[in-house]
Design a protein around this ligand. Structure first.
Ligand SMILES: NC(=O)c1ccc[n+]([C@@H]2O[C@H](COP(=O)([O-])OP(=O)(O)OC[C@H]3O[C@@H](n4cnc5c(N)ncnc54)[C@H](OP(=O)(O)O)[C@@H]3O)[C@@H](O)[C@H]2O)c1
Length: 352
């Protein structure tokens, strides 16, 4: 664990010229990309360079004096992560949409033995004004941030737009995190072993999803399931691009991606149609892990000093006999040209 040292303040905010030739919208499952000349995203375990990570929850260090900001902390994985971080001594900022629910979670974490300060901040991460107001309040406190966890996630039964007119899943999974990471970066630069953690998914690999950077908002083509996968993919591409930019400027801040596998949470049992809900429930019952187990790859990403960059951290299976495995990023997440194009596109959207 590095001690607090003042690092370079990264200039990661500049845009790059976008790469041309962005892909046609992916299908679910993707059909490849004959029209664009881009190969479908790779599939298959053999190519993922999957390796167990020697880590257990007992390896979480004493986090006293560190501050973690966790979005979507009112329920599910965010709440579980906040509990683990608080128990290890971190000061935890619970970012929630509903302040009363946040207060209930805060009281529960304190009653369960959180050693650090647990505070509640109301913010809707899909609403860019709300994100700006949250960042202003965190600015005003003047305290360093050691970890920022983009955990908030949502599904939607139909195409919904935010106050700024952005498709709600894109705003939740990519646009809000894009803005919040940049606004909190000066505070992260002063943090101890600082990092941004993005909670992603493994779904993009299963369906070999490809981003359509020219239609991020799903204006030309939309279905709820497709939008969920593609916006989660956008969040991961963004996280990896942020990491490239941080590394290029010599920043001490890392940006890492972790996913929970199939976790038995409200999100997992949601669906837009009755049939989807039934399938989700069956899958969740058959393959799902409980929340406390599912959160471990995210806890590892948020706390391990030697967390690997450039890798997707996820749950280990029975074969690996470990809680965390790391895999090579594939497809768009591994493609710097897609990362640069997405960054530029989000930069434009965030100004709207
Ligand atoms: N469950 C799984 O199997 C699974 C698999 C892969 C990835 N994930 C990812 O894991 C993360 C956590 O999901 P979960 O399974 O724990 O789901 P969950 O139990 O439904 O929790 C989602 C959390 O996100 C919050 N949230 C949603 N939209 C928000 C917004 N605009 N602003 C602020 N907070 C918002 C929710 O707040 P409210 O209480 O106000 O709704 C809730 O606290 C998500 O990013 C999800 O995509 C989950």
């Amino acid at each position: 664990m590095s001690t607090t040292q003042h690092g370079t303040t990264s200039d990661i905010t500049g845009t790059t010229t976008g790469s041309a030739g962005h892909p046609a919208p992916p299908d679910l499952p993707a059909t490849g990309s004959a029209a664009t000349g881009r190969a479908p995203a790779p599939r298959g375990r053999g190519r993922l360079d999957r390796r167990p990570v020697a880590w257990t929850a007992d390896n979480v260090p004493d986090l006293a004096g560190r501050r973690a900001v966790v979005t979507g902390a009112s329920a599910g994985l965010g709440r579980a992560l906040a509990g683990r971080l608080g128990a290890a001594g971190a000061d935890v900022v619970l970012v929630v949409r509903d302040e009363a629910r946040g207060a209930v979670v805060r009281d529960a974490l304190v009653a369960a033995g959180a050693r650090g300060r647990v505070t509640v901040e109301r913010a809707d991460v899909a609403d860019l004004d709300s994100v700006r107001a949250l960042a202003d309040r965190l600015d005003a406190s003047g305290e360093p941030v050691d970890g920022l966890v983009h955990n908030a996630g949502t599904g939607a039964a139909e195409r919904l737009v935010t106050a700024q007119g952005h498709e709600v899943m894109l705003a939740t999974h990519a646009l809000g995190p894009f803005l919040l990471s940049q606004r909190l970066l000066p505070h992260l630069e002063r943090g101890s072993s600082p990092r941004v953690v993005t909670v992603g998914t493994g779904l993009h690999r299963l369906v070999r999803a490809r981003l359509d950077v020219d239609d991020l908002e799903g204006e030309r083509r939309y279905s709820p399931a497709r939008a969920y996968v593609l916006t989660k993919l956008a969040g991961m591409v963004l996280a990896q691009q942020l990491d490239r930019r941080l590394a290029a400027t010599g920043s001490r801040v890392r940006s890492v991606v972790a996913h929970p596998g199939v976790a038995r949470t409200a999100l997992q049992s949601s669906g837009t149609t009755r049939a989807e809900r039934v399938v989700a429930r069956v899958l969740s019952a058959a393959m799902g892990r409980d929340v406390e187990q599912s959160v471990l790859p995210i806890l590892h990403a948020a706390t391990a000093d030697d967390v690997e960059r450039d890798r997707l951290l996820g749950p280990g299976g029975p074969r690996e006999r470990t809680h965390v495995v790391s895999e090579r990023h594939v497809g768009d997440v591994a493609d710097p040209a897609v990362g640069a194009a997405l960054w530029d596109a989000l930069d434009v959207l965030a100004r709207r």
